[in-house]
Design a protein around this ligand. Structure first.
Ligand code: AMP
Length: 112
């Protein structure tokens, strides 16, 4: 079971900033920007954004809309959305999630 599945079922703690029936949004434990929130689909059926786009595009759209809402609330609506896809690209948790990065971003700020 991924760390995110354990956060979703509350067996490990996290700082939850938004939640509904399809996604949970939490503060990243190792923030790389003043705003660094992870938007995580509750299903563990998709390892990465390509699988999610192919399997449930409406859920991907909901992840993006949730990211926008968080950025509206915390960063004037402007944000960087990162989906690390594959180990070589820095992905460490193979349960699809979006990094919402905002607030005084450096040119090279990526999630990993
Ligand atoms: P990635 O490297 O794209 O797979 O992103 C995984 C992210 O999850 C990293 O930015 C980690 O800092 C973050 N992370 C790992 N464990 C936790 C946790 N328990 N609570 C919050 N964020 C976490």
């Amino acid at each position: 079971m991924s760390v995110f599945s354990q956060i979703i079922d509350r067996s490990i703690p996290a700082t939850v900033v938004a939640e509904d029936d399809r996604v949970i949004a939490i503060e990243d434990i190792a923030p790389k920007a003043p705003v660094h929130v992870l938007v995580i689909p509750k299903t563990d059926a998709y390892a990465n954004v390509s699988e999610l786009a192919a399997g449930d595009p409406a859920l991907l759209a909901h992840v993006v809309a949730t990211a926008q809402r968080i950025a509206d609330e915390r960063a004037g609506g402007q944000f960087r959305l990162v989906f690390n896809t594959g180990e070589a690209a820095g992905q460490t948790v193979f349960h699809v999630h979006a990094h919402v990065l905002a607030g005084d971003l450096q040119e090279g700020t990526l999630a990993s």
